[in-house]
Design a protein around this ligand. Structure first.
Ligand code: CP
Length: 312
């Protein structure tokens, strides 16, 4: 593994999930990261990704340095050849080359702007980091993917011990237009495991075919939920027209009545969650969401360990 930005950086997904489960049993391993530094750069807010990455690094004996680029750093220019006589003060090339000297692994969070689909789906910001970094780059959620979350989600599903589970991925309403990163990423990871996956969403919320080609789609949520072992729920904005909120249909909110259609299914969400909008309190309070967040530590730790071992 050279970088960790998508499932394509992983040679064997079930093996990586097994490694995370093993690490969780005995997480403190200070020698691997002793004298090494994890750099964390945030262009967007975070609770779980930031804290779980820090904890994972400490479990490995690493130091951690963090910069909220959007609030604390210079305004960064991303265009090659730009004449920087306007607002931006530092070029991405210089910034990343400098930060690479301070770190052994560099994590970056950079959300979709939701203004320009081509720019977002080309991962303009993350690609700039990969181009100019001299150390491995880890996605802390990019414009289109959230691989550390997906690995934690697969660990959480595996821990339930259900053979070939039915996993239903459902859209749910939200007051704002959100990126597609979490659902894209979950689909590309879950389809690498032995599961039956069904995607359900209202008309108009079709995702990029890149992420749905191996997935059954049923736009009737109640039908899709029948017999589900896991109900993975997320809001996302439209892929076409890109980044738009085209429905706020509260009949898609996950309720106890909807969960009763499943096979004693377990509700999952990456958090943060808008309670009584995405799902009701009763559903969330009995769900796997806290376990998912716990497993973010072991997901990050597995990835950092793999990258550090590759540097030896
Ligand atoms: N699930 C997740 O990535 O949470 P944060 O945005 O709080 O990091």
């Amino acid at each position: 593994m050279k970088n960790f930005t998508s499932v394509n950086d992983v040679s064997n997904v079930p093996d990586l999930v097994d490694q995370a489960i093993e690490i969780k049993k005995n997480p403190i391993n200070l020698s691997i990261g002793s004298g090494k530094t994890l750099g964390l750069l945030f262009f967007n807010p975070s609770l779980r990704t930031r804290l779980s990455s820090q904890k994972a690094a400490y479990n490995l004996g690493m130091n951690v340095i963090t910069l909220n680029v959007d609030k604390e750093g210079w305004k960064i220019e991303f265009e090659d050849g730009a004449i920087m006589d306007q607002g931006s003060q530092e070029h991405i090339r210089d910034a990343v080359e400098v930060i690479s000297q301070y770190c052994d692994i560099l994590g970056v969070r950079t959300f979709a702007g939701l203004q320009n689909r081509e720019e977002d789906y080309q991962e303009k910001v993350l690609s700039s980091f990969i181009t100019h970094a001299t150390v491995p780059v880890v996605s802390l959620e990019s414009a289109t993917l959230h691989p550390l979350q997906s690995l934690a989600d697969l660990v959480t599903i595996r821990e339930q011990g259900i053979v070939r589970p039915k996993v239903v991925v459902s859209w749910a309403p939200h007051p704002r237009a959100l990126p597609q990163a979490v659902v894209n990423s979950f689909l590309e990871w879950i389809t690498k495991t032995d599961t039956q996956v069904v995607l359900t969403h209202p008309e108009g919320y079709e995702l990029s075919e890149k992420y749905t080609q191996d997935v059954a789609i049923n736009k009737n949520q109640d039908q899709a939920l029948q017999g589900a072992d896991f109900v993975y729920v997320k809001n996302w904005s439209a892929y076409e027209p890109y980044g738009k909120k085209i429905s706020a249909d509260s009949s898609w909110t996950i309720t106890k009545e909807k969960m009763a259609l499943t096979n004693h299914g377990r509700f999952m969400h990456c958090l943060p969650i808008r309670r009584n909008v995405i799902a009701t309190d009763a559903v969330i309070n009995e769900s796997l969401v806290i376990k998912q967040a716990e497993n973010r530590v072991y997901s990050a730790q597995t990835v950092f360990k793999t990258l550090l071992e590759a540097q030896h």
